[in-house]
Write a protein that binds this ligand. Structure first.
Ligand SMILES: Cc1cc2nc3c(=O)[nH]c(=O)nc-3n(C[C@H](O)[C@H](O)[C@H](O)COP(=O)(O)OP(=O)(O)OC[C@H]3O[C@@H](n4cnc5c(N)ncnc54)[C@H](O)[C@@H]3O)c2cc1C
Length: 405
């Protein structure tokens, strides 16, 4: 164990992935220059390790980094495709490479210290946080620790699903894709016994696209099953495998649960990203909330305030998601039918703003009433019962404080 004194900083970013990278860029953008910052992560993230798709208004700091953008997307159901006009929003694709590069540039300008090491415990005495290495070595002492290490929810949810997927970046020998036709969800894939699946296609140009197979369900598939599912989806799209090369493979597992992610486990520790509840339970979409929260934290720090963002989603939306997840998991509603109905009965822009947590209660009511009433009421009653039972079994303090080992 090293006896070196810990590095003294104002801000320790524990985990340097998506949330931390967006925050570094936001701090730079907001002109924060007088903070001592350290990033501690066993991996210095660079290059293309994931692709973020998200919606939002055009413009803003991300615009120059986007690989592609679409004003309309398709949702393909069993009854055929529907085209969703997204204006005034648009769907966008951002690859991780430019985000990590932008963060590295910000790190240089902000004079950030990088510590390439895993973090173990965070000891918060209410004034300072001691960031310890995995072997308990004190690494950093910080006024605030912003922790984005992946973790489980603080207690298991009543529904614990995953969004799990594999994508192929395919390069075709001849034009194969229409760059204006992005598919958000294609439900013609075989549906799992419990859960739902869909494919999607995000074309960057006529020869280059991301094709993905996604499931929302309780357990990931075995490796070969993803390839089989993607191969079947490729065939469904009528793409000749002899006409393209798979350039990159992208895998992911994202929590979809009503289990709580505590945002502020102690006075000077703030959780960001998926660990801080930025993942929308009903969809797995996370990026827009992380981006929003990075901006809030940077704005607050630039104004001399604390680095504490607003909750990623309103409580009522988390409740609605818990009910929807329950209805899907218990088979009370048909998965593809649930999403198709949502898009059939609402303007796409309303659904997307709802998923961002930005709709008014009146709009929420409109979204809710577009779902099937009886099964959703059954799920809501089940959720209430589950909550009542949970209040009788309160977990011990500190339960779930550590990331999964
Ligand atoms: C392949 C993939 C594609 C995705 N696509 C989308 C998308 O299209 N749209 C969307 O909205 N969301 C998407 N997501 C979900 C979400 O946006 C990403 O997971 C995002 O990267 C989450 O950011 P984060 O900072 O919370 O976690 P991460 O980016 O995973 O960062 C966590 C960091 O913590 C570090 N770490 C781990 N253990 C320790 C430790 N002990 N000490 C210190 N550091 C540690 C890791 O090395 C990592 O760098 C995707 C996720 C994946 C995996």
């Amino acid at each position: 164990m090293s006896s070196a004194a810990p590095l003294d900083v104002d801000l320790a970013l524990v985990g340097g992935g998506g949330a931390a990278s967006l925050l570094l860029a936001a701090l730079d953008r907001h002109g924060v220059r007088d903070l001592r910052i350290a990033v501690v992560d066993p991996v210095h993230r660079r290059g293309q390790d994931r692709t973020w798709a998200f919606w939002g208004p055009p413009g803003g700091d991300l615009e120059p980094m986007l690989s592609a953008r679409w004003d309309r997307v398709e949702v393909i159901g069993r009854s055929g495709p529907r085209v969703l006009e997204l204006a005034p929003l648009r769907y966008a694709m951002l690859r991780s490479g430019p985000v990590y590069e932008r963060a590295a540039e910000a790190e240089r300008r902000l004079g950030v210290t990088r510590i390439v090491s895993p973090v173990g415990a965070l000891d918060d005495d209410g004034h300072r946080v001691l960031v310890r290495g995995a072997d308990n070595t004190p690494l950093v002492r910080a006024s605030w620790a912003l922790d984005s290490r992946p973790r489980r929810p603080d207690r298991p949810g009543r529904t614990n699903w995953l969004q799990h997927f594999r994508g192929w970046w395919v390069a075709a020998d001849a034009p194969m894709f229409d760059p204006d036709r992005a598919v958000l969800m294609d439900f013609r894939t075989p549906q799992p016994a419990r859960g739902l699946s869909f494919g999607y296609v995000l074309p960057v140009d006529s020869r280059y696209a991301l094709i993905e197979y996604t499931e929302f369900s309780a357990r990931p598939l075995a490796d070969g099953e993803y390839d089989a599912a993607l191969g079947a989806y490729r065939d469904l799209l009528g793409l000749d495998p002899a006409g393209f090369t798979v350039r990159e493979v992208e895998n992911g597992v994202i929590p979809m649960t009503d289990g709580p992610f505590r945002r502020r486990p102690s006075p000077r520790v703030v959780r960001l990203g998926t660990a801080g509840g930025a993942t929308r339970p009903s969809t797995g979409f996370t990026f827009a909330a992380m981006h929003r929260q990075a901006d809030q934290v940077a704005r607050s720090l630039a104004a001399g305030g604390p680095p504490v963002p607003a909750p990623a989603y309103p409580r009522r939306h988390l409740w609605m998601d818990a009910v929807a997840l329950r209805a899907l998991d218990r088979g009370l509603v048909d998965g593809p039918g649930f999403f198709e109905r949502l898009f059939d009965r609402n303007p796409a822009e309303r659904v997307l703003r709802f998923l961002d947590g930005a709709t008014t209660p009146a709009e929420d009511l409109a979204v809710m009433s577009s779902t099937r009433l009886v099964p959703m009421a059954t799920a809501a009653a089940g959720d209430t019962l589950g909550r009542l039972r949970a209040t009788r079994t309160v977990p011990p303090p500190g339960a779930g404080d550590r990331p999964p080992g």
